[in-house]
Design a protein around this ligand. Structure first.
Ligand code: C2E
Ligand code: MG
Ligand code: MG
Length: 511
């Protein structure tokens, strides 16, 4: 049977289809002039190839842009994983990686990195009393100041809360100290939050890495030095030394125990009489806290108040003291013949004054016990009253509005705030023992105390002398016109039963 020779176009048609199917979407099958079925199929296939090519190109564009987006997202994720969202500083992960990089370089013979860990001194008070958004503002300002105080190549990180770290690569002790000093200065400057002007001191722990040290050890040791700096008043920079590690272990045990002690009423209050010097009449008492430690016996405030202040536990401790002291006063008012002016004094520390709930709390206790506010005297230190920022002022005026009296404790130690004395919102000034010690033996000291008393009286305030140990001191103070006093000569701090015994022994309220 004769067959027609095959249409030559069929060959190029098949070839074209194979190429298109193989992915070459630019392939087009040549068209001859003829207008028959084969030509129609070729035209159809070429159209399909056009569409496929367009689709493919669009798809490729989309894939490209998606890939770019993914890459950006990945970079952003990586950045986020290494950045503190609040301050945009490096975070702990980033710091650790910078440290391990620097330590690896040290192993290759470079200078070691230095690590500074710092913690803001009064941040908790700011956060508690002004709210978290003000607290956040403070952290952002601090972050900026830290960054401005160091070089580009240093890593500034926020470790969480009010804790920051700075890693100085290729450093040494002299250089690191210089940076630490610069930071203390930068953070010591006041900052404005809303209408308030506050200052936020800092405690810095400094550790220059030792050869072969791990990141974890370096961080832990800088941290330990920071805690030591915090624990020592007036010390804002502490260089790590191995002895600090032992002290820290002891301290962490004590923190847990103190928390328990507050909850389990292991605290007790001793009361020291405050007397009218001329007559010996008991005007009131000062409540002084003690810790009846199950193993270590009776601990004095100096052994745990600083720790309580540092950890913020002082707020709970202070509430405990206030509540128990005011309840005790109510008890005496009901069961002893104390007169209506008999008062109890309670010591308040800086952190407590910075807590806006203090006023609320005092009000609650007074309401609960029915004790009159004028029978409560709050003792503050001179520096709190003088240097206090807006929050302290708020607390002080709030307490005064309640009717509580304010007293400056330990007057004459360190600060000389003579010019402030007139402006302070206080009622009584308690002259420190160190000024009283020389009375009765040293004439110049007598003149000095006379001048101090004169000054206090000139400011319209009442004076009280503390730490009176001898009859001579008491007599001298009476001659100098000081009306009230307190000290071992009249009575040591005693348990409440001791106060009851005093009242029953004298039959009246006098010593
Ligand atoms: P302060 O408020 O100045 O208390 C006076 C301290 O001097 C008391 O020591 C008291 O026992 C002692 N003292 C009184 N008279 C004499 C004396 O004639 N001679 C000598 N050598 N010492 C005398 P204490 O009880 O150890 O308290 C020490 C400090 O602890 C207090 O100083 C106060 O700043 C703080 N503190 C005590 N209780 C509390 C408290 O409940 N809360 C707070 N925040 N601080 C407290
Ligand atoms: Mg006191
Ligand atoms: Mg005192």
């Amino acid at each position: 049977m004769d067959t027609d020779p095959p249409d030559p176009r069929l060959h190029s048609l098949v070839e074209g289809i194979v190429r298109i199917a193989g992915g070459d979407l630019t392939t087009r099958i040549p068209l001859s002039g003829a207008r028959d079925d084969v030509a129609a199929v070729i035209a159809g296939i070429n159209l399909m190839a056009d569409d496929l090519q367009t689709l493919y190109e669009e798809l490729e564009e989309r894939v490209e842009s998606r890939t770019a987006m993914l890459r950006e997202a990945q970079v952003e994720l990586e950045r986020m994983a290494l950045t503190d969202p609040l301050t945009q500083l490096a975070n702990r992960t980033a710091l650790n990686s910078a440290l391990s990089h620097a330590l690896a370089e040290t192993a290759r013979g470079e200078m070691p990195p230095a690590l500074l860990i710092l913690d803001l001194d009064s941040f908790k008070g700011i956060n508690d009393s002004l709210g978290h958004s003000a607290g956040d503002d403070v952290l952002r300002v601090i972050a900026r100041r830290l960054q401005e105080a160091v070089r580009e190549t240093d890593t500034v990180a926020r470790l969480g809360g009010d804790e920051f770290a700075i890693m100085l690569p290729k450093s040494n002790l002299v250089r690191a100290r210089r940076v630490a000093n610069r930071i203390v200065k930068a953070l010591g400057e006041s900052l404005d939050i809303g209408d308030l002007r506050i200052t936020c001191g800092t405690s810095i722990g400094l550790r220059v890495a030792e050869p072969g040290q791990t990141v974890a050890d370096l961080v832990m040791e800088a941290d330990t030095a920071m805690y030591a700096a915090k624990a020592q008043p007036h010390t804002s920079i502490k260089v790590f030394e191995p002895a600090l590690l032992y002290a820290r272990r002891l301290q962490s045990v004590m923190i847990t125990e103190l928390r328990e002690a507050i909850r389990q009423d292991q605290l007790t209050l001793s009361y020291q009489p405050v007397v009218e010097l001329a007559t010996g009449r008991i005007e009131g008492v000062e409540a002084l806290v003690r810790w009846n430690h199950p193993e270590r016996g009776l601990l004095m405030p100096d052994q745990f108040i600083p720790l309580a202040e540092e950890t913020g536990m002082i707020v709970d401790l202070g509430q405990w003291v206030l509540r128990h002291a005011v309840r005790q006063l109510r008890d005496w008012q009901q069961n002893l013949q104390v007169d209506s002016s008999f008062n109890v004094r309670v010591n308040i520390s800086t952190t407590e004054l910075q807590n806006l709930e203090l006023i609320e709390h005092v009000r609650d206790i007074l309401r609960e016990t029915g004790v009159d506010a004028s029978n409560l005297i709050v003792e503050l230190t001179e520096s709190m009253a003088v240097n206090g920022g807006a929050v302290d002022q708020y607390s002080m005026s709030g307490l005064r509005r309640l009717g509580v009296k304010l007293e400056i404790d330990d007057f004459g130690t360190g600060y000389s705030s003579i010019s402030y004395l007139r402006k302070l919102p206080v009622n009584v000034v308690k002259i420190d023992k160190s000024l009283i010690d020389g009375l009765g033996v040293d004439e110049e000291q007598r003149d000095f105390v006379a001048a101090v008393l004169h000054l206090i009286h000139a400011c319209g305030l009442k004076a009280l002398a503390e730490g009176i140990e001898t009859a001579e001191q008491a007599a001298e103070l009476v001659r100098l016109g000081c009306t009230s006093g307190q000290g071992y000569y009249f009575g040591r701090p005693m348990p409440p039963e001791g106060v009851v015994a005093l009242f029953s022994r004298t039959g009246s309220e006098s010593l």
